[in-house]
Structures are given as C-alpha cells and as structure tokens.
Design a protein around this ligand. Sequence first.
Ligand SMILES: *[C@@H]1O[C@H](CO)[C@@H](O)[C@H](O)[C@H]1NC(C)=O
Ligand SMILES: *[C@@H]1O[C@H](CO)[C@@H](O)[C@H](O)[C@H]1NC(C)=O
Ligand SMILES: *[C@@H]1O[C@H](CO)[C@@H](O)[C@H](O)[C@H]1NC(C)=O
Length: 403
Amino acid sequence: MRIASFAVAVTGLTALPGALAWGAAGHEIVATIAQVYLHPTVLPNICHILNFTDPNPNAPLCHLAPVSTWADRLRFRMRWSAALHYVGALDDYPGQRCEFPGERGWAGSKGGNVLGGIRNVTGLLERWGEGETGEEMASEALKFLVHFVGDMHMPLHLTGRDRGGNSDKVLWGGRQTNLHSLWDGLLIAKAVRTVPRNYSLPLPYPQIEGALRGTIYDSYIRRIFWEGLLNEWVDEKDGWLACPTPKEVQQPQGALQQLMSLVGMNSARDVAGETDDEFVCPYAWAQPIHKLNCEIVWPKELDEPPYTHMRIAEERERRSRLVDTHDPHSHSHDEGLTNSPDELLGAHLAGPQPKYVELDTPAYSGVITKKKVVEKLLAQGGIRLAGVLNYLFADEGMGIRQL
Ligand SMILES: *[C@@H]1O[C@H](CO)[C@@H](O)[C@H](O)[C@H]1NC(C)=O
Ligand SMILES: *[C@@H]1O[C@H](CO)[C@@H](O)[C@H](O)[C@H]1NC(C)=O
Ligand SMILES: *[C@@H]1O[C@H](CO)[C@@H](O)[C@H](O)[C@H]1NC(C)=O
C-alpha cells in the first residue's frame, strides 16, 4: 500500500518534466509548426502512410505531433537507431573549439548519425512515391523523419562533447540537472509557463488554429507565430529552406588542404556531399545550429574554476570507482591520482562545498530568452520539416504553404 502510493507520488512528480522534454514538447511543437505549412495535398498522403484511423470523429484527420516522439520510444528496442539521433565530430569541443566536423571527421560509423539518418529516410520516402518502398517501411521512415528533423534543431544533438552535455551537471533554479536536459525541456518549460495571457485567445489564422490540438503549449506556439514567424522572421524564413549548390560549399584551396583530401581527410564539400542535395541539405542546415554551441549553449563557467576542478574531481572519482570494482587491489596511484577528490577540492576552494553553475540567470537563460534562440530553433525545425514533406508528397513541390 505504502509502496503503491509512493509510486503514484513519484510518477505524478516526474510526469510534468517528462511531458515537457524535447523528447515530447519540443518534437511536438516542431511537428505542429510543420503541419501549419503543409500543402493541402500532402496531409492525405501522410495519413495514408501512417495508416491513420482515429476513432474520435472530431479529431483532425491526422497529425504529425503524435508520431513525433515514436523514435524515442523505440530507441531502446531498436538499439541500432540510437546513434541516428545525434552527430558529433571528433575534433569538436565547445565552447573552446567548434568543429563540424574538423579534420578527423565524425565519431561513429559513416552515415550513422542524425544527418545520415535524415538522408536515409528521405531516400526511402522518395522511393515510396515510386512504389518501391513498402507501406510499413514508409510508415517507419516517416516517423523517423519527423523526429530526426526535430533532433537536428537541438544544438546539443550536434556535438559529442560530454555526451551532448548529458555529463555536465548544472543548476536550474537551484535544482540539479544537466546541460542536455536543460535544452531538451527546461528552457521550453519555462517559456511555456511565461507566455503572456493574451496568447490563450485564437489567432486570426485558421491554418494555425487548425493545427493546434488543445495542449498546454498551444499559447507558446501562437507566440512563436505571432512574434517570430509572422513578424521578426517573416522575411528570412523562406531562406531557411535554401540549400547551397555544391559550388557554394566552402572548398579549401591551399596545397595542404588538397594534400589532406588526397589522404582522405574531409573537405566541407565532401562532407556535404554525403548527405546534402539541392532540396534536402541537413548538413548545411545544421552548420549554424552547431555554431550556437560555441556562441551561447556552452556556459563558459564549465571550463573555468571552480567548476573545472569539480569536473576533474568527479571524473577521477568515477574512474577510481571503476578501477576499484574491477580490481580491489588496484589503487588509484596507477592513474596518478595522488589527491582524493576532497583534497583536490580543498586545495582550490575554501569554505562550503561548491555548487554547480546556476543557469537560470539573466546572463544565461535571460539572453537565450531575449534572443528567442529556442523559439527560432523550433520554428526552423517546423519550416524545414514542412519543406521536406512538401518536396516528398506535394504536386506543388518544394516550399511551404503561405499563411
Ligand atoms: C538506409 O540505411 C539502410 C541500413 O543502413 C541501408 O540498407 C539503406 O540502403 C539506406 N537507404 C538509403 C536510401 O540511404
Ligand atoms: C493498417 O491498418 C489495418 C487495419 O487497422 C491493418 O490491418 C494493417 O496491417 C495496417 N497497416 C500497416 C502498414 O500498419
Ligand atoms: C500579446 O501581448 C503582447 C504584450 O505583452 C503584445 O506584444 C502581443 O502583440 C500580444 N499578442 C497578441 C496576439 O495580441
């Protein structure tokens, strides 16, 4: 009895942040924005591929948002797909050095990342149009596509440092979390909580209102449209779909670069060529998003005292625990650990145990809010997803439906 009610209490508590992860809210917002911009002939194709039959007669015909998190739910069952949610370059170390991908290329297998994943499922869906991809395969490819385009617009899915920030403990309003979770959900959750009340009223745009589903983030989506897509970004948003022609991709000129490409090192054009064409170019789209890691995502405090010392101490402690479990006789001096973590901290810090860096501050989250960084990423994800789906399924071709 006590255990049962405890479980209920815990589930109740975790339900809220869980429901607001980029794994849920972020992906659903991207999908909903995309739905607004689909050409009218696209949705019937999508409903058909998704085999959509909704018992509720008032439900919209079908919607991209409910399938946008399918790939995360399947992630552990289909282990092979886990690497397709992100991409990390071996030389990348934001905020000190942002490489995309740098001389040593991507970590992992060729094409086995989110950029290759988008290319792969797009190819499968193109062949569905030609009758060469089966129904079930097309359905999975579509669900992956909706998800991967969302993942690609989360900057920490584009770097491998510290497992995309999962290993970087930080504070948010005094509570411990990590950098990845902060960007996955907590920034969005705060933005949703602080939307002005006037956005709970419908906007005079039936196309927008028709795509909303009565969720807690409907007002937030209205705000992204009203202040962003219909206002600040109205002129630049069509440019978000542009793909550089191969000539325009920056090509290294010098003798050293030519030598490098001879021995198989990456040039930007080679890298782009693996995934990009003139209509769908995940690599080109991802480049400026990856840059955000150096510009705004990675708090510089993480690489400065006292937080660097915390990280070193934790890493040593973690490693010495690993050593201890494997061989109780082995001692940490093998790895040059002459200080215990406590001594290490004590050597640098007097007084109480230092806390992790707090990021719900004017200098960090305040700047992100002011510059609408998260809102713009969600909007770009939505526009690009709509563009790719229109390219795949509409007679009208590439581009987005105008409001
Ligand atoms: C997608 O990936 C699968 C498995 O790696 C591969 O067999 C297939 O050829 C790829 N398809 C496309 C269109 O890239
Ligand atoms: C579509 O739904 C029908 C009936 O619900 C089912 O028989 C069929 O297997 C489904 N197809 C796919 C591709 O899931
Ligand atoms: C809501 O109020 C804000 C000011 O708080 C204003 O800038 C915005 O235009 C309003 N939005 C709508 C849809 O009226």
